[in-house]
Write a protein that binds this ligand. Structure first.
Ligand SMILES: [Zn+2]
Length: 255
């Protein structure tokens, strides 16, 4: 049962990296965590790849947050097929069940948003605004983003962010994208986006990412990820607070 030929995929992955990549690299991993998780993709249909050694507590820690993120990432473009609409409603109910108050929190003053945007409102493809800055949305996006930052850092550097490391998270809505409130200068650092793919099955319409890292010491990496046309994340993973470059904006989360 233990000859290399008949190890399962999970056993092979855990042999290659026996420690959880999400909590500092000192906890034994017992499972594989998909980042982003399957729930973000239509019909939970996700190509292989971006699978990471994880301990059970780290895998479980973002389950509730992921249902919220799965809903938020599907707001634009709006679901079009009956299957997509049914899945959206199911996810919305699950997110509300896991995070009571989620739906009410997103309600917002539509006219107030139009006023605030002024002429820029004309740049937007839809005027169906949502409040995504309440505590449930904010905490969910943060939990998901930190985990994605740690995962992508490992993916590109093969290094685990140690305890004391930091992930800096800046998030952008599709309103930011359409009205030009994205940090264009920072984004020019990144190459063309990549996605998960298996043969002809690609999910670039649902998730794309691009990563850069500090070449010599591998102690820092930056990532730009987009989720459909709903949301974008700019993530910086650093092995210590001191590695964070000057002028970096965003919320800081310590490992
Ligand atoms: Zn862990």
């Amino acid at each position: 049962m233990t000859s290399p030929g008949n190890l399962t995929h999970t056993q092979r992955m855990l042999a290659a990296q026996p420690f959880c990549v999400f909590c500092g690299g000192t906890t034994q991993a017992t499972t594989l965590d998909h980042m982003p998780s399957r729930v973000l993709f239509d019909g939970k249909h996700r190509p292989k790849g971006l699978e990471f050694s994880s301990c059970q507590p780290c895998q479980d820690s973002t389950r509730k947050a992921e249902t919220v993120f799965a809903v938020l990432s599907r707001f634009y473009p709006e679901p079009t097929t009956n299957t997509q609409r049914a899945e959206f409603q199911k996810l919305l109910r699950a997110a509300e069940r896991h995070n009571p108050g989620f739906m009410r929190e997103m309600e917002t003053d539509q006219v107030g948003h139009l006023h605030r945007l002024g002429n820029e409102a004309a740049l937007l493809p839809s005027w169906n605004f949502l409040n995504v800055s309440g505590p449930i949305c904010t905490d969910s996006i943060s939990a998901f983003s930190v985990k994605l930052g740690l995962a992508l850092h490992y993916e590109i550097t093969r290094q685990i962010v140690p305890k004391g490391g930091v992930v800096v998270v800046a998030r952008f809505s599709n309103v930011d994208a359409f009205t030009g409130d994205m940090p264009k200068a920072a984004l020019t650092l990144f190459g063309e986006g990549q996605t998960l793919e298996m043969g002809k099955f690609r999910v670039a319409d649902q998730f794309e990412y691009s990563s850069v890292y500090a070449g010599d010491t591998m102690n820092m990496s930056a990532h730009f990820a987009t989720f459909r046309m709903s949301m974008a994340l700019l993530l910086l993973a650093c092995h210590s607070e001191a590695d964070i470059p000057q002028g970096v904006h965003g919320d800081r989360f310590r490992v």
